[in-house]
Design a protein around this ligand. Sequence first.
Ligand SMILES: [Mn+2]
Length: 351
Amino acid sequence: MKLSFRWYGADDPVTLEKIRQIPNMRSIVTAVYDVPVGEVWSYESIQRLKEQVEAAGLVFDVVESVPVHEDIKLGKPSRDKYIRHYQENIRRLGKAGVKCICYNFMPVFDWTRTQLDQRLSDGSTALVYYREQLEKMDPLSGELSLPGWDSSYQKDELRALLEEYRSISHEDLWENLRYFLEAVIPVAEEAGVNMAIHPDDPPWDIFGLPRIITNKQNLDRFLKLVDSPANGLTFCTGSLGCSAQNDIYEMIEEYSRMGRIHFMHVRNVKRLPDGSFEESAHFSSCGSLDIPRIMEILHRNGFSGYLRPDHGRMIWGETGRPGYGLYDRALGAAYLNGIWETLEKYGGEEA
Ligand SMILES: [Mn+2]
């Protein structure tokens, strides 16, 4: 297990100097943020990131994300140009020492919540998804903007994009994903990079848009689209764990044994009876997931990929990017470290 932490670049209030003080911290998960989606990342930008990360004594080997242009997901003729750009990004990142690229294939909207600062009973604030609130949300009203979303769309552009997706079925999206993978996986293999798709968050259709990276049946199908170790997963427990139908332990067991999990996002989530959920502290009893059980499965199967705490609450008066403060994610990292060290020392049979 290689412990890692997400960093949003030089203007992230959570600095590399702070991140390096978390015990056992190894890798920085970051991206080039000043290039529009679909364009090629300059060697200079990649090199600058690498130098900043290495100057702090950390390793630059995981990128989250290289976003996939909507024309690729829509299967438009212009996708070939954007796929060539994507291939070039994989080659350039591989050359810079990157071993793992996280991406997702969610139409238009990345991870979605209905509120970014819901106050929990302990006084902290967390990201939540309340079904009732979602049903009232209109993405065109522009009321909510999440850190994961591309906020550069103008309202008419967004309307036109949503219109284009009306004719895209789940099967069309699968077909467009297959086309993309067949083009990029061979390049990743050659560059020594593992591609790691992030599951859809939450793992169900949203605003009438199809979502397919949602459950075991679909992850099985995904891994077979291109049956190469370089075609793997970012297994996000908080995303797949929002759905009570997902047996995430069974999934982690199987996919880690196959060697197809390259990146773990480990966080807890509290499922509510009506299908809503709240992001909770990492500690198991704060939410619905059994975190030591997740770590035990990974340990027993010899997991050697990257792992990071995921979204945290805002605690101790911290302000900043919702879900991406320092304190609660650092508590998460310390908790995961503790579980892992216990497994390493007293965890039974050697792998
Ligand atoms: Mn995640």
